[in-house]
Ligand binder design. Structure first.
Ligand SMILES: NC(=O)C1=CN([C@@H]2O[C@H](COP(=O)(O)OP(=O)(O)OC[C@H]3O[C@@H](n4cnc5c(N)ncnc54)[C@H](OP(=O)(O)O)[C@@H]3O)[C@@H](O)[C@H]2O)C=CC1
Ligand SMILES: CCCCCCCCCCCCCCCC(=O)[C@@H](N)CO
Length: 264
């Protein structure tokens, strides 16, 4: 069985996916910045899959040369992946007038370009090895413009466009591309983001429900295995996925009610 590569594999949704993939028998390469979180994740994986070969790659996905080199090293060590997931991401909510251009650029650099560099480094080795599955973690915030996500959401919308195109273009190389749109998920990211999230943004997002990282990972991996273009966990994300354009005026009306009550 060929290995699985996961950016953001040291925490949250990425770690949950890594654990599930290790249990299935894949060796694992984890890509994230903090070496101590990486080694803790490695131990968590070995705890449930003692024979798994887990490699740690301490790297910032927004550093193009570094992530490209790290992917190359991982391919040299374990072979081309059968499964690759881009889950590394950061969320900085806030109102447009309060957020610096640096914040906007950083969101795009990590969430969008980080995933792009990772996928770009992998397509050739994966195609040469006979294909595989690529999963991109977007967000429910990619369906419509949610108040307070002016810096975060565009990076997730951008991933949506990339995934839809790659789904078509990489089919010929037997590489399936799946994009996942999770609602709020109980991870360190959500806890961190709650410290600064505008009250109205909290309320609007709550309408999407709260999932565990493991439940999101399981849905995503199942969709990837079936080569589905889209995984939208829960009835709210599924509804948004099918109807957003149609219900856009309703969603604006719904947000305005909440903003009047809680924001700014
Ligand atoms: N939690 C939620 O409510 C939702 C999350 N999502 C998306 O899911 C993905 C995973 O989020 P979640 O699991 O909650 O978050 P966590 O904060 O739990 O995990 C994020 C992971 O990404 C890594 N990471 C962050 N920045 C970088 C970077 N610059 N380079 C390399 N690795 C990085 C982190 O490690 P380190 O910091 O050490 O680099 C960590 O391993 C994100 O893309 C997020 O936007 C989507 C919808 C809802
Ligand atoms: C049938 C239609 C029903 C519509 C109900 C409206 C619900 C809107 C839910 C939006 C959820 C967005 C969550 C973003 C999470 C995220 O990416 C951050 N938490 C990252 O940390």
């Amino acid at each position: 069985m060929r290995p699985a590569f996961i950016t953001g594999g040291s925490s949250g949704i990425g770690l949950a996916a890594a654990i599930r993939l290790a249990q299935k028998g894949h060796d694992i390469a984890l890509f994230a910045r903090d070496p101590s979180k990486l080694s803790a994740a490695r131990l968590a994986i070995l705890n449930v899959a003692p024979t798994c070969d887990v490699r740690e790659f301490p790297v910032d996905v927004s550093d193009r040369a570094a992530i490209t080199a790290a992917v190359g090293e991982a391919v040299a060590a374990l072979g081309a992946p059968e499964v690759a997931i881009a889950s590394a991401g950061i969320a900085q909510p806030g109102l447009f007038s309060d957020q610096s251009l640096d914040v906007h650029e950083r969101q795009m650099a990590v969430n969008y370009f980080g995933a792009l560099y990772f996928v770009r480094a992998l397509t050739e080795p994966m195609a040469a090895a006979g294909g595989g599955q690529i999963g991109l973690v977007s967000s429910g915030a990619a369906f419509f413009g949610i108040y307070g996500y002016g810096a975060y959401a565009p990076s997730k919308f951008a991933l949506r466009a990339l995934a839809e195109i790659l789904h078509l273009e990489l089919e010929a190389q037997k590489i399936g591309v799946t994009i996942c749109y999770p609602p709020d998920t109980d991870t360190p990211m959500l806890e961190e983001e709650m410290k600064t999230k505008p009250a109205a943004t909290v309320k609007i997002s709550e309408g999407g429900g709260l999932w565990t990282a493991d439940a999101v990972a399981v849905r995503m991996l199942k969709g990837m295995a079936r080569r589905r273009p889209v995984v939208a966990p829960g009835f709210q994300m599924a509804g948004l996925h099918w109807f957003t354009s149609l219900i856009a005026p309703l969603l604006r009306w719904h947000q305005r009610r909440i903003i009047r009550k809680y924001g700014p």
